[in-house]
Design a protein around this ligand. Sequence first.
Ligand SMILES: [Fe+2]
Ligand SMILES: [Fe+2]
Length: 284
Amino acid sequence: MEPDNLVLQPRDVHFDWAELPMHWVPEEPVTTHVMNVLHLLLPAGERWFVRTFQQAVPLITDDDLREDVLGFIGQEAMHAEAHSEVLDHLLAKGLDPRPFTNRVEWVFDRILGDRPNLTAHRQREQLIERIAIVAAVEHFTAYLGDWMLNATALDRAGIDPTMLDLLRWHAAEEVEHRSVAFDLMRHLDRRYARRARAMLLSAPPLLWLWIHGARFLMAGDRTAGRLTLRDFRRAGRRGLLPTGHDLFRAFLRYFHRGYHPKQEGSTSQAVAYLATSPAARDAH
Ligand SMILES: [Fe+2]
Ligand SMILES: [Fe+2]
């Protein structure tokens, strides 16, 4: 049974990275760095989610949705913090992420940022478009969150337990709040075209950023070699990464007329993980 009146709460988690090895999936530089891209993209991306949603709060006329949006904001702000601490660790290990993260911040601030010079009507339109982009990205975070909670191959590969907890804590909260951005978008604009366009606009740059992020990290890690499609496929076959095929199918699901994020993942599984997660249990 799925809980239906979950209150979204941010958890003030802390992780200690002092002992984290460079390849935290042992002998798997490709898997490690493809997943490390999360740390490159999420701090800037989730802070942008937070800014966007804070601007949307005054437009919400439904009390339950407003409460969910505030819970979403609290959770995403915490995610951004947790991932940026991993970036500090990479820097301390000699892998400077800033040439890449500065570019990511530029994308979110300049291309997707506020446009105070627009008319009030155009500003509202641009805000709803940004919310639709968040909803499209949240489809992938829900898919990836569900994948991460079920990726038993990572446990078998001996992944660093602290990193696994960070990834699964985040995954579980993504599954918990997976409907919020979609419901907010539909509260402000129910048109199918809005949803479809936002996904078409979001997926290609996201893929591009991911490939370049993984290449960037592997180039900065002298022990890692080069990123090849073959290695990515191999990791997918072994269950260490989602496969390209599954990602593409997830992308297509967003275009079904009857799509709703509730169809991805399981809230009970997410809540069950959060009840046992070492970081979530220690959170204040
Ligand atoms: Fe998040
Ligand atoms: Fe999220």
